[in-house]
Design a protein. Structure first.
Length: 160
């Protein structure tokens, strides 16, 4: 008889542990799925990969592809290399100027004698930029959106 209270306490504690394990599991499942079962815990607003995946528009994705194909050998977003860093370049220069410079920097430097273009040319050791007369305004806009948008997305992600 004197062991019955101890046995009851043991049974109660084992049952409580089972319930706690179940509750933890239930809580975990609640946190990893939305009501439709689609959203996982790793896909939360505090997850930088989720933010980057979902904040990147199709325009920025196209821009990244074009940037990697045409610009990446001489430019980076936040670092000077052969050419200047291009982060926020769309905010620093007029769109029409950028269209003309990207397509044919030589004519802007040598024919138009544009003071900004000449300054950049001299600042980077008179390295000639590749000519891209085949790029459309839309394609250049995609590249500029990537240069501006990627920086903004990274700043937002750094906040989390």
């Amino acid at each position: 008889m004197k062991y019955i209270p101890i046995i009851l306490i043991l049974i109660a504690s084992c049952t409580a542990d089972v319930n706690r394990t179940y509750d933890k599991r239930e809580t975990f499942e609640t946190n990893t799925k939305n009501p439709q079962g689609e959203l996982r815990a790793k896909d939360t607003l505090t997850d930088s990969n989720y933010l980057k995946r979902n904040m990147v528009s199709e325009e920025i994705k196209k821009g990244r592809e074009l940037f990697n194909a045409k610009c990446n050998s001489c430019h980076e977003l936040n670092k000077r290399v052969t050419g200047p860093a291009l982060a926020n370049i769309g905010e620093k220069r007029d769109r029409e100027w950028l269209y003309a410079f990207i397509r044919n920097s030589d004519s802007i430097i040598n024919v138009a004698k544009d003071s900004i273009a000449v300054s950049v040319y001299k600042q980077y050791g008179e390295a000639r930029m590749s000519l891209y007369p085949d790029l459309t305004n839309d394609e250049i806009d995609y590249i500029l959106s990537y240069c501006d948008g990627a920086v903004m997305i990274n700043k937002v992600v750094e906040c989390y």
